[in-house]
Design a protein around this ligand. Structure first.
Ligand SMILES: Nc1ncnc2c1ncn2[C@@H]1O[C@H](COP(=O)(O)OP(=O)(O)OP(=O)(O)O)[C@@H](O)[C@H]1O
Length: 307
């Protein structure tokens, strides 16, 4: 039996077709894999998760898992999927422990197992000391971790996370990704919406880039890593226009404070020539400042979208 979660050509429009939030999205999510869903604001990421979860109905297309149509049987989707929302409901009057416990009960954890499960999650996320603090007294980051803990208690086979590391401190961000890896190793399907490209590159197995509702990239992150390793960014400030015909691939030319700023994307084999050209510019007093650095992930990402 096919164990992946598959969407086939799903589309969702809002405002009588004026907003095309998702356009013909066909993707497979496999057990054991962490897939990052990226794209700029309004690209359609949350809409895709909500359709998979069965809370928003697609206008067309299908979503299937183990022979079940999540569109026809949205109650099954809610049984088999847990979703950590982008904006969680305020936890007023309940402690962190009670919040996790409430979800654990719905998912059928026995009374005996409950405390052990909660203590284990709290220990793994290093949030034990706040277990008995009411939600309204928790910081934004801790509320987010509570929402994460509520999603992963007695985890169903499919887990969707909408920006799980927002507001979370750098140490616990790593812990969150490690937790996701543990779940993936236990054959869960993990989909994570995130704007944090450094985390995508470091922790996800695969990334899907959405742009204006469409999938524009669906790759293993190893490809992203390879592209980054084979590219550098040469930034130059000059007081006179440079001969652009000689620049290998000029991405962006800005005039700032009366000076010209060039950002040049170089492949590794272009570097020796670029340095020769740079030294000539320095000698002729045209180039006043320069730096050569690894190609930034966010610039690569900008090159992949219209943004
Ligand atoms: N209920 C709704 N009614 C009308 N338009 C909506 C609704 N939900 C989403 N949209 C629109 O659909 C488009 C996609 O929104 P969506 O929230 O899926 O994007 P996103 O990629 O998750 O964005 P972000 O990164 O900002 O969270 C946007 O133009 C958004 O304004």
């Amino acid at each position: 039996m096919v164990t992946s979660l598959s969407t086939y050509s799903i589309s969702k429009n809002y405002k009588h077709g004026r907003i095309n939030a998702n356009k013909n999205i066909t993707v497979d999510f496999s057990p054991g894999e962490i897939t990052a869903l990226t794209g700029h604001n309004g690209a359609g990421k949350t809409t895709l998760l909500k359709q998979i979860m069965g809370v928003v109905k697609p206008d067309s297309g299908s979503i299937t898992y183990r022979g079940i149509s999540f569109i026809r049987e949205s109650n099954k989707a809610r049984e088999l999927i847990a979703m950590m929302p982008q904006f969680h409901a305020p936890l007023v009057g309940v402690t962190l422990r009670q919040a996790i416990e409430a979800v654990g009960k719905i998912r059928g954890i026995s009374h005996l197992e409950m405390n052990e499960s909660i203590d284990q999650i709290a220990h793994d996320l290093k949030i034990e000391k706040w277990l008995n603090i009411p939600g309204q007294k928790l910081s934004g980051g801790l509320q987010r971790l509570t929402s994460f803990a509520m999603t992963v208690v007695a985890p169903p086979p499919i887990l969707l996370f909408d920006e799980p590391t927002n507001d979370v401190d750098p140490v616990r961000r790593i812990i969150v990704w490690e937790y996701l890896r543990k779940l993936a190793n236990n054959d869960h399907i993990i989909v994570v919406v995130t704007h944090n490209l450094f985390e995508v590159e470091r922790y996800a197995d695969r990334y899907i880039l959405l742009n204006e509702g469409k999938v524009t990239q669906d790759e293993h992150t190893s490809i992203l890593r390879k592209e980054l390793l084979s590219s550098s960014l040469l930034s130059i400030t000059s007081n006179k226009p440079l001969d652009e015909a000689k620049i290998p691939d000029n991405l962006n030319t800005n005039i700032k404070d009366g000076a010209l700023e060039y950002s040049i994307h170089l492949t590794n084999d272009q570097i020796p020539k670029a340095i020769e050209w740079l030294l000539q510019g320095i000698k002729s007093n045209k180039i006043t400042h320069y730096s050569l650095s690894p190609f930034p992930l966010d610039m690569l990402y900008r090159g992949l979208t219209d943004g």
